[in-house]
Design a protein around this ligand. Structure first.
Ligand code: ATP
Length: 303
């Protein structure tokens, strides 16, 4: 049975305002992902190289995937995503074929962002490969070959007709005139990889011209937790809930944990009374006893 690349195109839309906190990180992603996609000619004007790839690293559940989705949404580029599990196959050469076909698809659907989630599980360090070493090496060499064949060219013909400006919050200072924009073509493929284990990423992937922009995505601090809770509570009918205290009491919670916490609180309210139409403080208290933080001092220290 052959696996295909059908499932790799992701259509979930995310806007920058759906993301709480991470203001510096958002700015870095805009520079590394949004600007090259929308305004490659500005890089040319300033004599700056355009990165082909970006590596995001940080604790799990802290928004890496969501940030890339937001960049794809605002640039209106195709978002393709591939992870280690999709590549697992007992058949020789199958994983490499999926990588090659996914890059092919990214070029066909360009401009596109190809998101390689848990890159360490796709291609770990060669020295750590163990019994999978042969597969890992072949996969790494396929990936490096593919990465060397993509990028955002700076010598694109200037037409301004087909570039698609995104709606919503975009990178303010780079509002480039229509006639300065470059034509959309299939050279516009950007790879964004993510990992919770940057120490396991093979050094060959981090060389210039590959994943040469590295962005740390930290766990949410108090302000970020408050913003995430406010975002979540936009769609949950909360009443009389002190979100500031909740943000204080959720020190080691990731963004994913906070999302679960809010859902769990709503479930408690529903379970208590199916006719109810609001989630109250006591439901959040109950949820706190069920949804525990994923992080601790030791894990935070590691990043
Ligand atoms: P992993 O490393 O496990 O793949 P990740 O870092 O890619 O995780 P996401 O998948 O982006 O994390 O986030 C998980 C969930 O948590 C998503 O539903 C996302 O909406 C929510 N979330 C995480 N951080 C934030 C945030 N800062 N603002 C809003 N939602 C967030």
């Amino acid at each position: 049975l052959q696996k295909g690349v059908e499932g790799v195109v992701d259509v979930k839309q995310v806007n920058w305002k759906d993301i709480g906190g991470l203001h510096d990180v958002k700015q870095q992603i805009k520079q590394a992902v949004e600007w090259p996609m929308l305004h490659p000619e500005v890089f040319k004007r300033f004599g700056l190289p355009v990165s082909k790839g970006v590596l995001l690293y940080g604790p799990p559940g802290c928004c890496k995937t969501t940030l890339v989705r937001a960049a794809a949404t605002t640039t209106r580029t195709t978002f393709l995503s591939l992870n280690g599990a999709q590549l697992f196959s007992p058949f020789v050469g199958e994983s490499e074929r999926i990588v090659t076909e996914t890059f092919q698809k990214a070029r066909t659907l360009a401009p596109s962002i190809l998101f390689l989630d848990e890159i360490d599980s796709i291609v770990g360090k060669r020295s750590e490969g163990g019994s999978h070493r042969g597969v890992q090496e072949r996969l790494l060499s396929t990936l490096l070959n593919e990465m060397d064949g993509i990028g955002i060219r700076l010598d694109d013909k200037v037409t301004g007709s087909s570039n698609k400006e995104a709606e919503g919050e975009t990178s303010g200072q780079t509002q480039v005139k229509e006639d300065q924009k470059t034509d959309v073509d299939n050279s516009r493929v950007l790879v964004v990889a993510a990992t919770n284990r940057p120490d396991l990423v093979d050094a060959a992937l981090l060389r210039p011209g590959r994943l040469d922009r590295i962005v740390y995505v930290p766990h949410p601090d108090y302000q970020a937790r408050l913003e995430i809770l406010k975002i979540q509570c936009k769609t949950i009918p909360v009443n009389d809930v002190d979100l500031e205290t909740l943000a204080t009491n959720t020190q080691y919670y990731t963004g994913a944990d906070l999302t679960s916490l809010c859902r769990e609180a709503a479930m408690f309210a529903m379970t208590e009374n199916l006719e109810a139409n609001e989630v109250r403080e006591r439901h959040f208290h109950a949820a706190l006893s069920v949804v525990k933080p994923s992080l601790n001092d030791f894990l935070i220290e590691k990043y």
